[in-house]
Every structure is written in structure tokens, then in C-alpha cells.
Design a protein around this ligand. Structure first.
Ligand code: NAG
Ligand code: NAG
Ligand code: NAG
Ligand code: NAG
Length: 208
């Protein structure tokens, strides 16, 4: 009897510590129900409503891959809630280039078309998949990943959920090639020549 009580106690302790550990793995906890914006008066339902995604989901007129975010920057009520969303639109052949989200995993749900997806772990192993409508794929936190609509005719649409109100995005091509790192350093890093690096850079430069 006593040993059962002790076991229950230890088990409860374990659950509490596990919950604590999970909390530490996400955005910082807040000590209020929600974060009230400075100088706000008469908060109502509008503060907790985001209408910036109206018309985005089924708009298939986009020429290039486009992500529309509902994170803390666009939707301030997410501050302190450890969640956010993004709508991803891929025209035929559209690519979301290799990138990472430093503060969150990404749970992608495909609602239209098909998608080639993949991520690379810290041992440089690729995990890839071809998704069809209704499929979900998890990109683990911080790992480099991509999505590609290989269909030459059809649009693909995905909804992604994040476990952070501000997951952050580091796009590998932009991050490495458009931030002023010296050509010689990049040529050495990629074991190529400066001309090749400059060629890559010119391809990534914003179109005038
Ligand atoms: C908020 O209120 C303070 C004090 O009344 C004022 O100084 C400040 O300018 C206000 N800020 C905004 C963004 O309205
Ligand atoms: C679809 O997206 C384009 C480009 O962002 C925009 O100009 C157009 O208004 C959108 N259409 C609808 C119905 O929202
Ligand atoms: C994964 O990627 C390889 C190329 O690296 C490709 O041959 C294979 O078909 C892909 N697998 C899936 C399930 O998409
Ligand atoms: C794309 O659409 C065109 C015109 O409808 C068709 O001829 C072609 O076979 C399609 N290609 C694929 C890969 O489905």
C-alpha cells in the first residue's frame, strides 16, 4: 500500500517535471491570460481575430511561391501563446527553398495539389516524401527543410502550424549568398571559384 503511494507520488513528480521541461522547450510562459498591447482600452473579440488570410487560401493567381504568415508580427494577440500559422501557395513548379525555423518545428498539412518535401538532420541524412492532399508532414525544430511542387500544371496549397508565436525563418540561399560574406570565403567554403560564387549571387539578387 505504502509502496503504491510512493510510486504514485514519484509518477506525479515525473509528470510535473515533464510538463516543466516541455514548457521550457517552447516560447517563454506569460503570467497573465494574454498579453495586452500597450495603451489599449476596451479590448474585445477583434483583438483575438485575424482577417489577414481572407482570400489567400484559394487564390491561385500567384506567379511564384508565396508564404502568408499569421505570426505575432501580423497578429499581436499571439504574443505569449506559443502558436502561429502560415499559408503556403506553390504555383506549378513552385519552390520553397531550403530554410530553417530556429524557434519551432513546423507541422505542414497539404490541402491542395501534391508536394515534394524533405528535411536534413544533423548527421546530413535526408528524409523526404511525396505528399498528397490530406497528408501531414513534420519538419523538426531548427532543421533545414524544403517543399517543391513538381507538378507542371497544378497549384499546391499547404497550411503550416508552428509551436512558437515567432518561429523565425533563415533562408539558406539568401542567408549565405546575399549578406555580404566575402566571395573568397564563400568560394573556399563551397570548394569552388569566385566566378561561380558571383554567378550564384547575381541569380539571387532582387530583380529590378
Ligand atoms: C502610451 O501612453 C503613454 C502615456 O500616456 C504615452 O506617453 C505614449 O505616447 C503612448 N504610446 C502610444 C503608442 O500611444
Ligand atoms: C490574389 O493575389 C493577388 C496577388 O497577391 C492579389 O492581387 C489578388 O487581389 C488576390 N485575389 C483575391 C481574390 O484575393
Ligand atoms: C526522395 O528524393 C530522392 C532524390 O534524392 C528521390 O529519388 C525519391 O523519389 C524521393 N522520395 C520521395 C518519396 O519523394
Ligand atoms: C499539363 O497540361 C497540359 C495541357 O492541359 C497537358 O497537355 C499535359 O499533359 C499536362 N502535363 C502533365 C505532366 O500533367
Amino acid at each position: 500500500m505504502a509502496s503504491t503511494l510512493l510510486e504514485n507520488f514519484l509518477l506525479s513528480l515525473l509528470v510535473v517535471f515533464a510538463a516543466f521541461w516541455v514548457a521550457q522547450a517552447s516560447d517563454p510562459n506569460i503570467l497573465s491570460d494574454f498579453v495586452v498591447p500597450p495603451n489599449s482600452t476596451n479590448l474585445d473579440g477583434n483583438y483575438f481575430t485575424f482577417i489577414g488570410l481572407r482570400g489567400v487560401l484559394f487564390n491561385n493567381t500567384l506567379p511564384n511561391f508565396k508564404v502568408t504568415k499569421a505570426s505575432m508580427a501580423e497578429f499581436p494577440a499571439l504574443n505569449g501563446q506559443s502558436v502561429s500559422f502560415a499559408i503556403l501557395k506553390y504555383p506549378a513548379g513552385g519552390l520553397n527553398p531550403p530554410h530553417t525555423h530556429p524557434r519551432s518545428a513546423e507541422l505542414l498539412f497539404l490541402v491542395e495539389g501534391s508536394l515534394e518535401v524533405g528535411f536534413i538532420d544533423t548527421t546530413n541524412k535526408l528524409y523526404n516524401q511525396t505528399l498528397q492532399v490530406g497528408d501531414m508532414f513534420i519538419f523538426p525544430k531548427g532543421l533545414v527543410h524544403f517543399q517543391y511542387n513538381a507538378d507542371v500544371n497544378a497549384t499546391a496549397t499547404a497550411i503550416s502550424a508552428f509551436g512558437s508565436a515567432n518561429a523565425g525563418t533563415v533562408s539558406i540561399p539568401t542567408n549565405v549568398f546575399t549578406t555580404g560574406i566575402d566571395d573568397t570565403i564563400l568560394a573556399k567554403a563551397f570548394k569552388t571559384d569566385v566566378a561561380t560564387i558571383q554567378n550564384i549571387k547575381s541569380g539571387l539578387a532582387p530583380k529590378a
